[in-house]
Design a binder for this molecule. Sequence first.
Ligand SMILES: Cc1cc2nc3c(=O)[nH]c(=O)nc-3n(C[C@H](O)[C@H](O)[C@H](O)COP(=O)(O)OP(=O)(O)OC[C@H]3O[C@@H](n4cnc5c(N)ncnc54)[C@H](O)[C@@H]3O)c2cc1C
Length: 483
Amino acid sequence: MKKVFDVVIVGGGIVGCAVAWYFSHFDLEILLLEKESDVCCGVSKANTGIIHSRSYWTPSTLKGELHLRSLVLFPQAEKELNLHSPQTGALTVALIREEMTFLKVLKERGNISGAEIIGPKESIEIEPSLNPRIFACYYDPETRIISPFALNLALAEFAALNGVHFILDEEVTGFESMGNRIRILGRNDWYLGKRVINCAGLYATKLARLSNDAVSAHRFFRGQYFVLDRECAPLIRHVLYPVPTEESKGILVSPTPEGNILVGPNFEPVDEEDTATTFWGLKEVEEGARKLIPFLPLEQTITTFSGLRPTLPERDFRIFFSSSLPGLLHLCGIESPGLTASLGIAEYVGEKLKDSGITLREKRISPRTAFPVFRNCGFEERERLIAENPDWGKIICRCEEVTLAEVKHALSSPIPASTLDGLKRRVRVMAGRCQGGFCGMYLPTIMMQELDCDVKEVFKSTRGSFYLLGKIEDVVKENAPTC
Ligand SMILES: Cc1cc2nc3c(=O)[nH]c(=O)nc-3n(C[C@H](O)[C@H](O)[C@H](O)COP(=O)(O)OP(=O)(O)OC[C@H]3O[C@@H](n4cnc5c(N)ncnc54)[C@H](O)[C@@H]3O)c2cc1C
């Protein structure tokens, strides 16, 4: 007989995994279904990774409320998750006198100790590459940055360690009522849940509308980025925001925890799920960013990417119970600051489910231990690791100094990588300057050995995205002319 789960979560992005993390603290049977071969494959994999400070909350909105609540929850969560978000601080740049009004609003809204409005001279003292022709800056010491992959994976791993079941490669196609249970229909199987939480990101409104719930369809707005090589790390110390536009926070220049610099995103409507980068989109990003840093070394770009914002007309989060299927909760319009607000969203979902009659009984939890990162280890630590296991002495990715021990661990961790992109998100192979030119030769063999799979089962991202076609002699034979 099929098991009935107390809570079924649809979607393994930052929000779905934050919800799994939250509920894994309680004595509940929980299942998470994800349509891709890995978690962090949707909006959560392509964003700026900023934990926006209190200055950037939006008053009188649900997203503002959950943003503020999340900032309170982050420090304790980071301890449990063994995760660190560097506090870089931020400068919001007014290029002209008229933009001063907004800097004052930010200062008032945040009411952050140490935050201040400073002139061009002081701004350049703390951020020397900044455009000298700016009018003023709002300095906010509380802004932090985080790797969205690291956050998404840490939440998922914590949940898995504490009993949440994950089923990947399972696309949910609809819901049906079965008495006081909900039947969740997947491409491969069906599942029963007492409560179901639709955290499907871009597709959340599609799923909600499939269950006849009244919500506008998401409109997608694409944001494109340049990623600069780690050699550029000394260029900036703070997150640099322009004064925002009506639609978004504008085109930023931001450091990442790994030492790269992100430049972007712009804001452009796209009809469908189109994550291409384009000449004109990147040109717009370049023009915007050069207003903040005129001598931006874009020749140091190692890759470009884009992400899609799932937006509702009201430009707010909408979290509501289905009117047709009691127990089905939809999370729609989770655009920026969805990463920042993720923990607040999870707690809010918890409260909603509690109000609907679910009992939340706390249980003993196991904190997550982080695996060492060779690149960040000192000389003595490296010696010790290599003495313990020679795999630590074998560098697979030269650019990011990733060892065989780290790759093997990523292939066998609580939420193991099963694709090359999965490895990239976990240990940064293929994420450095050569973008896989070197390690791309070794990784397929390691995957075949560790996952006991065939050369044609080594995928780049999703199932079917072949990286290799087979052994040369077999491919030549298969493609030989028949006449
Ligand atoms: C350009 C850009 C920049 C941003 N910058 C920031 C920032 O700096 N700070 C910040 O706080 N926020 C930022 N955000 C917002 C933030 O990234 C998102 O709000 C957040 O990642 C949304 O997470 P999610 O889990 O809701 O969605 P997703 O990450 O998309 O997760 C949804 C998951 O559901 C899965 N799924 C979909 N349909 C189904 C189905 N039918 N069955 C099973 N699984 C399904 C998908 O594969 C996906 O994995 C940014 C967003 C964008 C686009």
